[in-house]
Design a protein around this ligand. Sequence first.
Ligand code: AMP
Ligand code: MG
Length: 314
Amino acid sequence: MNIRPATAESIAEGAKILRAGGLVAFPTETVYGLGGDATQGKTVARIFEAKGRPAFNPLIVHVADISWVADLAETEGRFEKLARAFWPGPLTLVLRRRAGCPASELVSAGLDSIAVRMPNHPVALELLRGAQRPLAAPSANASGTVSPTLAAHVATSLGDKVDLIIDGGPCPVGLESAVLDLTQSTAMILRSGVITAEDIARVIGPIDIAREDPAAPKSPGQLASHYAPSLPIRLNATIAAAGEALLGFGATARATLNLSPGGDLKEAAVNLFAMMHALDEPQKFTAIVVAPIPATGIGIAINDRLERAAAPRV
Ligand code: AMP
Ligand code: MG
C-alpha cells in the first residue's frame, strides 16, 4: 500500500499520478477524498469501481479556484455570491453543465447538472494546482460505510485500490459538504452540512430544503442507508445495555466516548466519524448507541448522518 505523509514531494507525485489518470486519496477539510481527473472517463469509472458506488450517484468536482468553474458550468449571480462568501469551504454548488463541459458525463451520472466545490485544505489545493485538472473526489471509502477522516480509515477501506494515499492528518471539519442545488429558481439544500440553511439564506435570500422522496431523490446520493458501521446503531439513547458502546454528547453519564463533553456541535461534527470508526468493534461491542444531539444549526447535519447510519440496510 502506498501511503505517504503530505510533503511538497508527495503532493507533486500525486499530481503526476492524477494527470496520468491514476487515483489519489487526499485530505480535505471535510473528509478524505478519492480523487481522479474529472476529464478522463476511464479514471472516473475507476472511482465508481473502487468505491462500489452505484452509477446513479454523481460525483462532486473539486476546483482550485472559482475561475475554474466557468469551463465546466453555467455560472450565475447566486453562484458568484455564494462562492465569494463560502469558498474555499464545505459548500458544494450544483449548476447546469456548460455545453462542451470537459468533465466526463460519468461525474454527472446522466444528469445535465454538475456539482462543484473548492476545498479549504492546503494539501487539496496544492494537489489541484499541481494537477491543473478538476478532480472528481467522493469520500475515500467503500460506498455506504462510515466516512474517512484519517488516512488510516482510507487505507483500511480502499487499500490497494488507490495509487497513492496522502496523509495530511485528521480532517478539521469532519462532515461532508452541504450540497446546494442552483439549477432551479429557488435554491434547494440537497444535503445538510456545517454551512447551514440560515448561513446560505443570509447571502442569497430564502431557500428550500429538499424533502425526501425515496422514489425520486433530488440528490441521487442521499440514500436512506449510508455512513453505516458494521455494528447496529440506535439513536437518542440515554443509557447503554451491557455490551453496548455509548457515544455521548454533553453531560452523558458513563459514555464510552463523548462527541463533545462540553456540548459543542462543531466539536461533535469533527469527532463523529472518527468515533464511529473507533467504536465499530464487533468483538468488543454488540451495538453503538448514540445520545440525543440537538437538531439545530450544525446538529441538523449530524442528525442527518446518524439517521442514515441507523437506517435499515439494503
Ligand atoms: P459524496 O461524493 O459521497 O460526498 O456525495 C456527493 C453528494 O453530492 C451526493 O449526495 C450526490 O448525490 C450529490 N451530487 C453530486 N453531483 C450532483 C448533481 N449533479 N446533482 C445533484 N446532486 C449531486
Ligand atoms: Mg460518501
